[in-house]
Design a protein around this ligand. Structure first.
Ligand SMILES: Cc1cc2nc3c(=O)[nH]c(=O)nc-3n(C[C@H](O)[C@H](O)[C@H](O)COP(=O)(O)O)c2cc1C
Length: 179
């Protein structure tokens, strides 16, 4: 019998409060039968250093999910502050080809599209898939790493984008901090 969420925990309230957990922003990509797939992800976590393993939590209704499952591989590109439009593009529910149109990428050992200009890239082979409610935890064995430029990251806080400034200050989304 699946665990039921107590009525006091409304999904919208849960989401509202989870939004107070500031995160970075990444794009998860995979390639299946010559086609690139990708989506914006901030549920991204390192789970083991030795061996190097990480996880991403993917909505089971995401178009890219079946391709990640079938290809057995994915890459995580960590976005920089100047890549807000890339995040918005991969967060939109447009056909995959449209998502990648005009986005500069290069290829890695998994064949997945690796986004240019990002802070870091992790390429993975799927190790385990754990269905959890309306998402699936995809655990990956890290098989390749790429270090990008040391520039400010794109951040996500209270459902808005925050930007780290070159001087290290962080500009939070308008309205997210009481004036
Ligand atoms: C900042 C941000 C973070 C997101 N994080 C996740 C995530 O961790 N997992 C997920 O499944 N969707 C996440 N999404 C939503 C997907 O990017 C979005 O639903 C996308 O349209 C799915 O693409 P697809 O259905 O074309 O595969 C996020 C969206 C944004 C804007």
């Amino acid at each position: 019998m699946p665990a039921r969420t107590p009525p006091s925990v409304e999904p919208s309230r849960f989401r509202h409060l989870m939004a107070r957990w500031p995160t970075g922003v990444s794009v998860v990509t995979t390639r299946e039968n010559g086609h690139d797939r990708g989506l914006t992800v901030n549920a991204f976590l390192s789970v083991s250093l030795e061996p190097a393993r990480l996880l991403v939590s993917i909505a089971t209704d995401a178009d890219a999910w079946p391709s990640i499952h079938r290809s057995g591989a994915f890459a995580v590109s960590v976005l920089a502050a100047h890549q807000r439009s890339v995040s918005q593009r991969f967060a939109s529910r447009v056909p995959a080809d449209e998502k990648f149109a005009g986005i500069d990428v290069h290829r890695g050992v998994t064949g997945a599209a690796l986004l240019d200009g990002t802070l870091a890239i992790f390429e993975c082979r799927v190790w385990q898939e754990i269905p959890v409610g309306d998402h699936v935890l995809v655990l990956g064995n890290v098989v390749a790493l790429e270090e990008g430029a040391d520039i400010p990251p794109l951040l996500f806080y209270r459902s808005g984008y925050a930007e780290a400034e070159p001087d290290g200050r962080v500009r939070l989304p308008r309205g997210s901090v009481p004036r």
